[in-house]
Design a protein around this ligand. Structure first.
Ligand SMILES: [Zn+2]
Length: 373
């Protein structure tokens, strides 16, 4: 598959529009604040007994025997917890020299991280969202940062005197530097990887493309895993799964999983990103299936908990009545000021997920209690 062909697939606007609308209802303002059945133990008045004083304590504040983490975020005290809210799952492709639909200029990428940080967001993985284990301080919101296609622009090595260094101008280089200089910014992005696509989109580069050697591929995937990042499958070479039969769909997906397993043996891939946001005709095959490698006779199975769409807006959070796992999750493509617009809309609608810092309670906004009996 040529580079040109690869990008012609990526640039089909009609396909993308369809993805954004394909499961429709998630962008509406139904549900969250009207439902009173989810919240178990707490009322706003009974929320965590530390507020503005939380950061001043010598040790972590406690509630019901559970440590409440504090934050360096000065605005956190002013954000009312709302753990019924929605979560942004944002989506990057290339990190490079310019801004375009599928490319974020590297300085802008760093400014995105800073803006998220300043507005009280901290990264979590899809696994944490699915398991409801986002251990965030009170007043802080989760954001899931996803990187699609495994291009060298996201994770590039530079070879210096026989040593490999992560290129500080690659997406990962920028992320790691940001994490070093910003408390609470952990290595919790999600890399949705291709393992055998054209133009170096094969575990972040091969065959000398952008100076990347094929033998570095598994080392890169292992590094991401060891640093705490989540490994996500995005198929073998980015096939439009709507155009192929069941056997090919499963082969594309299973070979991506097999490649991740070769790099990190035993890794359980739980998240899958649909190429182009296009579902296979048999939607169930996006979640679960198997394929037998004709060369080895080995059967590779997959069974995902999350299928990521290409677009659609903020996703339901784990305490939303309609949240389900396995399930599909909407994302936000990082184009222009899409992240800021989403934050503003979430805040205006009272739908921003804000942690109360206490894993034993589900905090709901005060407005929702006054609406309820
Ligand atoms: Zn992709």
């Amino acid at each position: 598959m040529s580079f040109r062909h690869y990008f012609s697939l990526l640039l089909l606007p009609s396909t993308l529009a369809a993805c954004g609308n394909s499961n429709g209802d998630l962008t509406t303002r139904d549900g969250a604040s009207a439902d009173s059945t989810v919240v178990a133990e707490s009322t706003p008045a009974g929320l965590v007994p530390t507020d503005a004083d939380g950061a001043m304590n010598d040790g972590p504040a406690r509630s019901g025997g559970v440590a409440i983490a504090t934050t360096s975020d000065t605005g956190a005290a002013n954000r009312e917890p709302n753990e019924l809210g929605r979560i942004m799952i944002i989506e990057y492709h290339l990190i490079g020299d310019k801004n375009s639909t599928y490319e974020r200029e590297r300085g802008q990428f760093r400014r995105d991280l800073q803006m998220l940080y300043d507005r009280g967001f901290r990264p979590v993985t899809m696994q944490q969202v699915m398991d409801g284990t986002m251990d965030l301080p009170r007043g802080i919101s989760p954001v899931v940062v996803t990187f699609d296609d495994a291009s060298p622009s996201q994770f590039r090595y530079i070879e210096k005197n026989g040593e490999l260094e992560i290129d500080p101008t690659s997406g990962l280089g920028i992320w790691l530097d940001f994490a070093r200089t910003h408390p609470e910014w952990k290595n919790r992005a999600v890399f949705c990887m291709l393992s055998g696509a054209a133009a170096g989109r094969s575990f972040f580069g091969e065959k000398g493309i952008e100076g990347q050697k094929s033998e570095w591929r598994h080392k890169k995937v292992r590094f991401l895993h060891e640093q705490g990042f989540e490994l996500c499958n995005h198929t073998l070479w980015h096939a439009n799964l709507g155009k192929y039969g069941d056997a090919m769909v499963q082969e594309q997906i299973a070979r991506g999983v097999m490649a991740i397993d070769s790099a990190v043996p035993g890794y359980k891939v739980r998240t899958f990103a649909l190429p182009l946001g296009v579902w296979p005709r048999n939607r169930a095959l996006a979640y679960k299936g198997s394929w037998t490698d004709p060369k080895s006779g080995r059967t590779v199975s997959y069974d995902f908990d999350a299928v990521l769409e290409v677009a659609g807006g903020p996703a339901r959070g784990p305490n939303d009545p309609a949240f389900k796992v396995p399930g599909n999750f909407n994302r936000i493509e990082v184009i222009g000021d899409a992240i800021e617009r989403s934050i503003n809309q979430l805040e205006k609608a009272g739908q921003r997920y804000v942690s109360d810092g206490d894993p034993n309670r589900i905090a709901r906004p005060a407005a929702s209690t006054s609406d309820s009996p």
